[in-house]
Design a protein around this ligand. Structure first.
Ligand code: NAP
Ligand code: MG
Length: 507
């Protein structure tokens, strides 16, 4: 007997009419059902103050400077941090230098690997506590810090622990050696993960480290120092100095740093490169981006909608590789806009510690101001803004999910990195036009392609000037996969064999 589920295939709508016709029936509940609050309650074990982590000890800055770290979700102060000046940074480099000469450079790779492995395990043991601290300090939703940031950070340590005794196989036919001491500076969007991206390969390659986390998000870096202590990492192998831009400049320019690695804005990256020109320091720069996420009319549109939403609203859009420019084929542009508006309405914006939250707090008041200014420019230049009618918390820094249609290439919102939950939609007719528009940017970090045709994916991937091209997916990361940019998105890679090679000299 036939059931209603066994309709003859011929009576189904064709693929094209399914993608262009009215959307399938949608369940729209609006605010019919309110979610109960579901706060994560684990204790993040944040101390009332933290010193600089130099030579395995937390100690105050020499001049006694401190600055607060607040929670962007509610503007409450979390702790006081020490403000390192050039003399403190110098002390950190002296500790790193001693550690390198006396201990770290003498350890065989398998012994270094054991320390890195221990760090990974201890981070896993304390994953919940780290996730809460990360969300409190930076504003990202707990489901992201719990399911992405902390596990991926641990995965980076595991991956590089495995490499530490296999460096002979890193560059076949060549010997490699560590640089000695590396200086590193990281931004605030993935505080713990960026720390892992920097520290794990540098240690595996045999280097000692002086690193500065971002001013607004240093807490998990300092908590990771507790993990270093617990893991028995020899004193001085990793030193963490907290502070603002001047502290960062002192870390980058210190004469003992043979290699420096910077992740942050293109503007600061350029300033660092200018100041270090001629010093002979090896550099890697992971800078900004303005990725094109390209959707062809033959793409699986339902899946693409999820990828677009994830591409721009993941981590409030504070993502260097965010799919912030949606290039959609003209024939499906209206349908796509309708689908996106509908999907956006189910995003929950609010308390970063609530397990139901999809979009948390903007990292700082300054960043909120920057996002608001760029959004105003989009409206003033003639693009059409849609924001979901969500209620934002009265305290803290929040911005509603936003999309702009009718965007042209010349609009600021199509050219500048907004680094917030704001999507700019442009259209194209042919693959050639898509490539031209996608590449028409100063950046070149990442891109996405959505299509049914494998051959088109390969063609697009070979012509897009972007370090990473995702096909029928977006924002996928793996420690074994190199990540990095072209053009003003920087140079050097993080992750994989290529990323590890950037911490080694070829002999
Ligand atoms: P930023 O202003 O460039 O700051 C990055 C880091 O550099 C922070 O620790 C900052 O300290 C420090 N800093 C500021 N001025 C400095 C100077 N003159 N010398 C040395 N260090 C200095 O960038 P951000 O606003 O924090 O981060 C967002 C940017 O990072 C975006 O452009 C994003 O695309 C980029 N990013 C790129 C990647 C990638 O892999 N390509 C990954 C993540 C983020 P303070 O915190 O005190 O300002
Ligand atoms: Mg903070």
């Amino acid at each position: 007997m036939k059931t209603s589920a066994t309709k003859p295939a011929a009576s189904r709508p064709s693929r094209a009419s399914r993608s262009r016709g009215p959307s399938a029936r949608e369940l729209i509940f609006g605010d019919l059902w309110e979610f109960d609050p579901a706060p994560e309650t684990a204790d993040p074990h944040i101390r009332s103050s933290y010193g600089l982590f130099i030579n395995d000890k937390f100690s105050p800055a020499r001049k006694g400077g401190i600055f607060p770290s607040i929670s962007p979700g509610n503007e409450k102060k979390l702790t006081d941090l020490a403000l390192a000046d050039a003399a403190d940074v110098d002390a950190a480099y002296s500790a790193a230098s001693k550690a390198y000469e006396k201990v770290w450079s003498k350890l065989p790779g398998n012994e270094r690997g054991k320390f890195i492995y221990r760090i990974a395990r201890l981070l896993q043991d304390r994953a919940r506590e780290f996730a809460v601290a990360e969300s409190l300090d930076g504003g990202k939703p707990i489901k992201e810090s719990r399911d992405f940031d902390v596990p991926t950070a641990a995965a980076h340590f595991f991956y590089h622990a495995g490499w530490a005794d296999k460096l002979d196989h890193l560059a076949p036919g060549r010997q490699v050696a560590p640089y000695g001491i590396v200086g590193q500076v990281i931004p605030w969007n993935f505080p713990l993960l960026m720390l892992a991206w920097k520290i794990a390969p540098a240690l595996a390659a045999g280097n000692c480290i002086v690193i500065k986390p971002a001013e607004t998000t240093s807490i998990t870096a300092l908590k990771l120092c507790e993990v270093f202590q617990e893991a028995g990492l020899p004193p001085g192998v990793v030193n963490v100095v907290t502070g603002a831009g001047e502290t960062g400049a002192a870390v980058m320019s210190h004469p003992l740093a043979s290699k420096v690695a910077f992740t942050g804005s293109t503007e600061v990256g350029k300033a660092i490169m200018r100041s270090l020109a001629g010093t002979g320091k090896k550099m890697t720069m992971e800078l900004g981006g303005k990725a094109a996420n390209i959707v062809f009319e033959d793409a699986p549109l339902g899946q693409a909608v999820e990828g677009i939403i994830n591409g721009i609203f993941f981590n409030q859009g504070h993502v260097c590789c965010a799919g912030s420019r949606l290039l959609v084929q003209e024939s499906i542009a209206d349908d796509m806009l309708t689908r996106l508006k509908l999907r956006m309405q189910s995003l929950r914006v609010g308390d970063p510690l609530d397990k139901n939250t999809d979009i948390g707090a903007i990292n700082s008041k300054e960043q909120l101001t920057r996002i608001s200014e760029l959004v105003k420019s989009g409206v003033a230049e003639g693009a059409e803004l849609y924001q979901t009618p969500c209620r934002l918390p009265s305290k803290g820094f929040y911005f509603p999910p936003s999309i702009f249609s009718k965007v042209t290439q010349s609009h600021r919102i199509a050219r500048e990195e907004i680094f917030g939950p704001v999507l700019s939609i442009l259209t194209f007719r042919t693959p050639e036009e898509a490539i031209e528009k996608a590449n028409n940017t100063a950046y070149g970090l990442s891109a996405g392609v959505w299509t049914d045709k494998g051959s088109r994916i390969l063609k697009m991937a070979s012509q897009l000037k972007a370090g990473v091209v995702w096909a029928n997916t977006y924002n996928k990361f793996d420690p074994s996969s190199p990540f990095g940019g072209y053009k003003e998105s920087g140079f050097g890679r993080e992750g994989g064999r290529q990323g590890l090679l950037d911490y080694c000299k070829l002999l």
